[in-house]
Design a protein around this ligand. Structure first.
Ligand SMILES: Cc1cc2nc3c(=O)[nH]c(=O)nc-3n(C[C@H](O)[C@H](O)[C@H](O)COP(=O)(O)O)c2cc1C
Length: 218
């Protein structure tokens, strides 16, 4: 156990040395891997929520949510809280916050700022999306599956990426139920508008989006 913790600390420090962390990036606090609601209770409470307060998530909530969704839970071989076909791990988790667009770097557990524009409104076609504090965008990096920029991408190339995203999104649903947050996974995403706003390459494909926030109680 002690060896595992030391190995983890060593890996995190190395990542900070080699990843260019800027002042615009968000260095997340360590995820709280204890507590939360029992699994059966979280499953009982899991649901889609589409009305949110304007309250931002705390950095601890962001940290816990991203780790629960797609964090590394076995440091030695960099495996994650969700499975992925052949362990390719091609799904990148982008986060649209009021302060800008970020990419979740699971190894260093930081949010790397892509730019400082608020693109929440472009992540979906439904009204609640623009005002919710957080919109996650799941992007398949097909470069990790051998596709080069300019290559033709067929729907069948994306089958496992849809499945892999489903596992991550369900982890986020369960974390939200456990933390009294609300969320909804969304296929209604204006991908042609959103991809250029995110600066994606042609071999990066938006799969789904997921809105998260504090539920508005009626
Ligand atoms: C692949 C997929 C795409 C979805 N797309 C949307 C969407 O674009 N907008 C939305 O409001 N809900 C969307 N949903 C949420 C479903 O409407 C919701 O899960 C369903 O109504 C059941 O409700 P529950 O999640 O509360 O059980 C989507 C769900 C899935 C699995």
């Amino acid at each position: 156990m002690k060896k595992k913790i030391l190995y983890g600390l060593f890996t995190i420090s190395l990542n900070f040395l080699f990843i260019n962390v800027t002042s615009q990036d968000i260095a997340l606090p360590a995820p709280d891997k204890t507590g939360g609601k029992p699994l059966m209770q979280a499953l009982s409470e899991r649901q889609s929520v589409r009305a949110f307060t304007k309250e931002n998530l705390s950095q601890q909530q962001l940290s816990d949510l991203l780790w629960a969704g797609w964090g590394i839970n076995r440091l030695e071989d960099k495996k994650r809280t969700a499975p992925s076909a052949r362990n390719v791990q091609e799904i990148d988790v982008y986060v649209a916050l009021p302060s800008g667009l970020y990419l979740y770097m699971a190894e260093s557990h930081i949010l790397k700022q892509i730019h400082n524009r608020d693109i929440r409104a472009v992540t979906g076609t439904q009204d609640f999306v623009a005002g919710a504090p957080l919109n996650i965008i799941y992007v398949a990096d097909l470069g990790k599956m051998g596709k080069k920029e300019g290559d033709v991408i067929k729907e069948s190339d994306l089958l496992s990426s849809y499945a892999n995203t489903g596992f991550i999104a369900q982890n986020v649903y369960l974390y939200c139920a456990s933390a009294n947050l609300g969320c909804v996974i969304r296929g209604m995403v204006p991908k042609d508008k959103l991809a250029p706003e995110m600066g994606l390459r042609s071999n990066q494909v938006i799969i789904l989006s997921q809105t998260v926030g504090v539920p508005l109680k009626n």
